[in-house]
Design a protein around this ligand. Structure first.
Ligand code: SAH
Length: 454
């Protein structure tokens, strides 16, 4: 069957839905068209820009009837930059959208239709929340540029500020850009693999105001290194650590293997709910500190600890969730694949005087069966995997260990739903799902799920 519309058609449509990547959906005789920056309930004039057999894409030309949830995006480069997708949707609208997305995915992928998905826990001020910025540096027409990539491209959209990151990150990016230009340091071009400066990474600790600046370069040398460090120190009285990472590879992975200290400490410190954490350049640390506290509190509540439990924390990073749990458990075992993060986790346990924790370096899939063979009996298993979710072999080990409760923290509802389906088939029931908005203005959703043995 031929699509009912053709490329370059101008048509009027009604927007029915919003996809997981934030595009509006209109249907023409049942044929879906995806239209960026259109919102449900809107009538719009669009131009068809691409058609495929089962769906097509349109460009929003004019709104004939705007949604009451539509707002003016405050960021001047929102239309071009691929960092945020939902600035044109009111914040209440975003929270509702995220809850709806989770419900839909649970039903569609997990077959879980009668579970409780709570309203999304949002932020009072959903701006300037990010504590980490990883900004690509490049060159355009002989000028050093710094900014995020346009959606689905490797074209840097040069920026002056980013309204979801900390103000110090904005200032640091501008300064690094200027210093690179002044000292003749070339921006890196990922198509030709030419140039030197690849990324500037800035980490800010919200509770202590400490700042870390990491320069990622292709080669080992940085021209005028001393001046650069001096200028950064002078501009930022709160900078505690200036680091250098070398990434010689042709890759879109930001960090290379080698990190050295240019000035100050190797880590900065942040507090969450009375716990102190050391954070180093390459360790994972939740990017939204205000929401992290809410996320971890929810995870703790779902873990239902009384002080007598043995808890296993898989994908523990620098041990943040582990330490939250350790205050209320008999013993916590954490596992994490990045060795530096495990070093941080051990240091963090010591820093907080928590002696009932143990941390192992390795893949959760490999370490959990080993612990089980050593006779570890987990009352509660907490998992917080990357986007791809859990492997079946790991899910099987978890089921074999037969804990009373499982708490699943996830940044990808699709893999969460897939894994919940497996766990429910294996004898667990999903008690509650709590979406937490860790990433306002974007389509990303974080969820904490509580499962109990049937
Ligand atoms: N729970 C932590 C970290 C979550 S992010 C927090 O809230 O801060 C996921 C972590 O899983 C990352 O630190 C990543 O390095 C780690 N990881 C990725 N694959 C892994 C694997 N196969 N086994 C163990 N850890 C892994």
């Amino acid at each position: 069957m031929k699509p009912p519309v053709e490329k370059n058609d101008y048509i009027d449509v009604f927007i029915e839905d919003l996809t997981h990547d934030g595009a509006g959906v209109a249907k023409v005789d049942g044929y879906p068209l995806f239209i960026k920056q259109a919102l449900p309930g809107e009538r719009a004039r669009i131009k068809v820009i691409h058609t495929k057999k089962n769906f097509g894409f349109g460009k929003l030309l004019e709104l004939e009837e705007a949604s009451e949830n539509r707002v003016e995006p405050p960021c001047p480069i929102f239309q071009r930059c691929g960092g945020c997708q939902l600035q044109h949707l009111s914040y209440e609208g975003q929270l509702q959208y995220k809850q709806d997305q989770v419900k839909q995915v649970m039903a569609r992928i997990g077959g879980l239709t009668d579970i409780t998905v709570h309203p999304t826990i949002g932020m009072e001020n959903p701006w300037r929340y990010r504590n980490k910025s990883q900004v690509p540096i490049g060159e355009q027409n002989g000028q050093v540029v710094a900014g995020f990539y346009a959606e689905r491209s490797h074209q840097i959209v040069d920026m002056e500020e980013c309204l979801i990151q900390h103000e110090d990150a904005d200032r640091a990016v501008q300064l690094v850009k200027k210093l690179a230009a002044d000292y003749g340091i070339r921006g890196y071009d990922d198509r030709t693999h030419k140039g030197q400066l690849r990324h500037v990474v800035i980490r800010h600790a919200r509770s202590t105001d400490e700042l870390m600046i990491v320069l990622v370069t292709k080669g080992t040398g940085i021209p005028n290194k001393k001046h650069l460090v001096q200028a950064l120190k002078e501009a930022f009285p709160n900078v505690k650590s200036i680091m250098h990472n070398v990434n010689p590879k042709r890759t879109n992975v930001i960090f290379g293997e080698k990190t050295t200290n240019l000035w100050g400490a190797d880590e900065i410190y942040d507090d969450i709910d009375g716990l102190r954490f050391a954070i180093s350049a390459r360790s994972f640390y939740q990017v939204n500190p205000v929401q992290t506290e809410k996320l971890y509190s929810q995870a703790l509540q779902y873990a239902g600890l009384t002080g007598r439990e043995t808890v296993v924390d898989l994908y523990c990073g620098i041990g943040t969730i582990s330490l939250f749990l350790a205050r209320n458990a008999r013993r916590v075992l954490g596992v994490e694949v990045v060795p530096e993060a495990v070093d941080d986790a051990k240091k963090n346990a010591e820093l907080n005087g928590l002696t009932n924790t143990e941390f192992a370096v390795g893949e959760a899939e490999g370490v959990l069966p080993w612990w089980k063979a050593q006779g570890v009996e987990a009352d509660v298993i907490v998992v917080d995997p990357p986007r791809k979710g859990l492997e079946e072999s790991l899910l099987d080990t978890m089921l074999d260990m037969n804990p009373e409760r499982i708490v699943y923290v996830s940044c990808n509802p699709a893999t969460l739903a897939r894994d919940l389906k497996y766990l429910t088939a294996g004898g667990y029931s999903v008690s509650e799902v709590q979406p937490v908005d860790m990433f306002p203005q974007t389509t990303h959703v974080e969820c904490v799920t509580w499962l109990e043995k049937k």
